[in-house]
Design a protein around this ligand. Structure first.
Ligand code: TXA
Ligand code: MG
Length: 320
């Protein structure tokens, strides 16, 4: 029996009600699918860690459905962070800020900061707004994959990854189709230095942040004391080995822009027409390679800036 439900108004309300009593819900967002739980419910949040197999000190993002909820979770917000919030929310951006007392250790991994995101996806917002109406302050939602694996960008991938572990009667997955962006949110640290620092690249780029805040933006150089995604060795990885250099070999999976022909003997996994389609389809293409049992997937990363920076960052980590 499938855990997947259509995102009708009844089902988004049901999701909010179930979340309020401790369920886990697979939730579409514009970046990737999340595994949501009430961010104030310690037992529910603990189950997120169990289901994902994620180390307990790895902090979670709290999702809110309206900017008013920001002040519940954080204090001492710097002016430039407010500017970022007003410019890019709702949207694919996460801000790291100083936590308030409701952001407990089981969310922040014991750090004094908390990650907050106000997503744009309509279904996510409908669940969040229902959840707020029921008195909830926010939903913890990491990407709905097993720890270290590729993030799911559709409901079926969530079911494949975690279906067996979503075994309570109230757990289910909302089907919001394919995530439009396809790559996880940009994470900006607004806490540990006096200017914005990118911890994870995404759709909101270094240039976007610079233009809106007028600050020189620091791009993460891998030297943070705090935990950030990819601070561990293998992340965003399919089972197949991701190859970024050298020449593709016969039998390799192949991902490249549609303008590039498939090398002889390779298995084409995706042929996106442009950069945003490339990002949107990338994770699904990696999953397709695993389903075909391929040993290697050759990923030809396009030239360019913008979302390509995030694609390059993720695939470099996946290739290690
Ligand atoms: O697009 C996204 O951000 C998706 C969707 C579902 O919203 N979520 C997501 O969550 O990618 P997750 O847990 O897979 O990645 C969030 C990362 C974590 O790996 C964690 O290291 C980092 O955010 N993070 C969370 N709180 C942090 C904090 N206080 N300081 C530094 N990094 C933090
Ligand atoms: Mg993740």
């Amino acid at each position: 029996m499938t855990l997947i439900k259509q995102p009708t108004p009844e089902n988004t309300l049901l999701a909010a009600r179930y979340l309020k009593i401790g369920a886990l819900i697979g939730l579409p967002t514009e970046t990737v699918y999340g595994l949501a739980a009430d961010a104030e419910n310690e037992n529910a949040v603990k189950r997120i860690y169990e289901v994902k197999g994620r180390p307990l000190d790895h902090p979670l993002i709290v999702h809110i459905g309206s900017i008013e909820y920001l002040e519940k979770w954080v204090i001492d917000v710097p002016e430039y962070a407010l500017t970022l919030a007003k410019t890019f929310w709702p949207g694919p951006m996460t801000l790291i800020l100083k936590r308030s007392e409701i952001a407990r250790d089981f969310i922040t991994g014991g750090q004094n900061s908390v990650a907050i995101r106000f997503p744009q996806n309509e279904i996510a917002l409908s669940v969040l707004n229902n959840f707020h109406q029921l008195g909830g302050n926010g939903l913890a939602a990491p990407s709905a994959n097993k720890y270290g694996a590729v993030s799911p960008t559709d409901a079926f991938s969530v079911e494949e990854e975690l279906g067996l572990k979503l075994d309570r009667e109230t757990d289910f997955i909302l089907n919001g189709g394919q995530s439009e962006v396809g790559i996880e949110s940009t994470i900006i640290d607004c806490f540990s230095t006096h200017k914005p620092k990118i911890l994870r690249s995404g759709f909101v780029t270094q240039n976007d942040i610079q233009e809106s805040t007028h600050y020189q933006v620091i791009q993460n150089l891998g030297e943070n004391q705090i935990r950030f995604p990819g601070g561990i060795e293998s992340h965003y990885s399919p089972k197949a080995k991701v190859i970024l250099e050298g020449t593709p070999q016969g039998g390799d999976g192949f991902i490249a822009l549609s303008s590039i022909d498939t090398p002889e003997g390779c298995v084409r996994l995706s042929s996106p027409a442009n950069l945003s389609d490339y990002a949107r389809d990338l994770y699904l293409a990696l999953r397709k390679g695993d389903k075909k049992g391929l040993k290697r997937i050759y990923v030809l990363i396009p030239e360019g800036e913008g979302i390509v920076v995030a694609i390059r960052e993720r695939m470099t980590k996946a290739s290690r």
